[in-house]
Structures are given as structure tokens and as C-alpha cells.
Ligand binder design. Structure first.
Ligand code: ADP
Ligand code: ZN
Length: 216
């Protein structure tokens, strides 16, 4: 099974939901740069203050800031435990810098799974999205409801709607995704690391397809 994996796809493609399930079922060291950044903002750290305007506007946080976060977290990572990344890298510059940093450390990406999804579907999913303020786990009011309304199944944290999950900000995030992140699909295809999941399917189907791709 591949242990160092990147999930790629537009906001709302379901990659965060699949990532959380994979973490529970396969023990991946799952990380989400978006969740880390929101935590920094909530904490009011210097980094959080630097990132908050970008997050609110639905714009990308500067590459150096995100790269520093990821390198710091993975510096102690073990290659055999691996990682499962949701939301990083998001630009070609991040992808190139991460390759240059991770490969010599034995932490290079083994596989990239691309969640292919249309803008219409993204909009519908994101407006119903709720996430846990403590652990970051993502739900959907009808598609992936929690056991108890408003409470996280994992840690009983409060579920809230993100301020960047409004229709106008989501449209902007999708545009930025097309411009900045979509070029990564060809980048990883050329490295023969890319696999594709049709992200218009149910979470269960995406989950089982992702599991079998990881075992290929
Ligand atoms: P989504 O995948 O739904 O956009 P995320 O939680 O992954 O949600 O990201 C939310 C926000 O966090 C992004 O809009 C961006 O501002 C910031 N962010 C997350 N990851 C990155 C990254 N790799 N590079 C730059 N900004 C990022
Ligand atoms: Zn939680």
C-alpha cells in the first residue's frame, strides 16, 4: 500500500471527507493545510494573523507560509508511517519546492489521487458543509450528517459553517483552483504518479475506489 499520498481536487470534491475516513481506517498521518491555517487564525498567532485575510477572501496563502508549515510538520515524520495530504500542494511552485525538499529525505510523494468534479456539484456540496472547530473533521447536513446534529462524532466538538463557504467566495475559490491548482494534474501525470477518482459519486464509492487505488 502507498504511504505517501496527495489528494488533489477542487474545494468540495470530497477529498477532505475521504482523507478523514482513511485516517481512521488505515492509520494515515493525515494533514490538511487549510485546517492548520484555520487553527492558527483561531489561536491568533503571528502566522494566523498573516493568513486570515487570504482565508476570508478565498485566496491562497503565500507559498512560503504554507511550505514552512508543511516542512515543519513533516521534519519528524517517518517514511514508513507516511502522510496523506489534503490541500497541499496547491500551486506548481509549492509542488516543485516540496519535491526538492522531500525526495532527498526519503519522503517523496508516491501517489497522487485526483478527485475530478464539476463546479455545479462543488457549489451544492459546499453550502451544506459543516466542520468541527476542534479536530477539523468535515460533514454535510444531508450527504454526510453527524450522529448528533451540530456535534462531531470523533471529538464532540461544535460543528460550524466556514466563513469562506458562501456562494460568492466558493465561486472565487473554484476560479483560483482552475488557474493555480489544476496545472498540477499534468505535472503529476508526467511523473506517472496520477490516479483519478470520479468525485461526483457517493462518499462510500469514492472511498472504496480510493482504497483500491492505494493498494495498486
Ligand atoms: P478547500 O479544499 O475546500 O478549499 P481547505 O481547507 O483546503 O478547503 O482550504 C481553505 C483555505 O486555506 C484556502 O482557500 C486557502 O486560503 C488556504 N490554503 C489551504 N491550503 C493551502 C495551500 N496549500 N496553499 C495556499 N493556501 C492554502
Ligand atoms: Zn471533531
Amino acid at each position: 500500500m502507498r504511504r505517501r499520498v496527495i489528494l488533489l481536487g477542487p474545494p468540495g470534491s470530497g477529498k477532505g471527507t475521504v482523507a478523514a475516513q482513511l485516517k481512521n481506517e488505515c492509520g494515515f498521518d493525515h494533514f490538511s493545510t487549510g485546517h492548520w491555517l484555520r487553527q492558527e487564525v483561531a489561536r491568533g498567532s503571528a502566522l494566523g494573523r498573516q493568513a486570515s485575510l487570504f482565508l476570508e477572501r478565498g485566496e491562497l496563502v503565500p507559498d512560503e507560509v504554507v511550505l514552512a508549515l508543511v516542512k515543519d510538520a513533516l521534519s519528524n515524520a517517518q517514511a514508513d508511517v507516511g502522510y496523506l495530504s489534503d490541500g497541499f500542494p496547491r500551486t506548481l511552485a509549492q509542488a516543485r519546492a516540496f519535491d526538492a525538499w522531500s525526495s532527498p529525505r526519503g519522503l517523496g510523494i508516491e501517489q497522487v489521487i485526483y478527485f475530478e468534479c464539476s463546479e455545479a456539484l462543488v457549489l451544492n456540496r459546499i453550502t451544506g458543509r459543516r466542520s468541527c472547530g476542534s479536530c477539523g473533521r468535515v460533514y454535510h447536513v444531508t450527504l454526510v450528517p453527524p450522529g448528533q446534529p451540530g456535534r462531531c462524532d470523533d471529538c464532540a466538538g461544535e460543528l460550524t459553517q466556514r466563513t469562506d463557504d458562501t456562494e460568492s467566495v466558493v465561486r472565487k475559490r473554484f476560479k483560483i483552483y482552475l488557474r493555480e491548482t489544476e496545472p498540477l494534474i499534468d505535472f503529476y501525470r508526467q511523473q506517472a504518479k496520477l490516479d483519478v477518482v470520479n468525485a461526483s459519486q457517493s462518499v462510500d464509492v469514492m472511498m472504496s475506489q480510493t482504497m483500491s487505488l492505494l493498494q495498486r
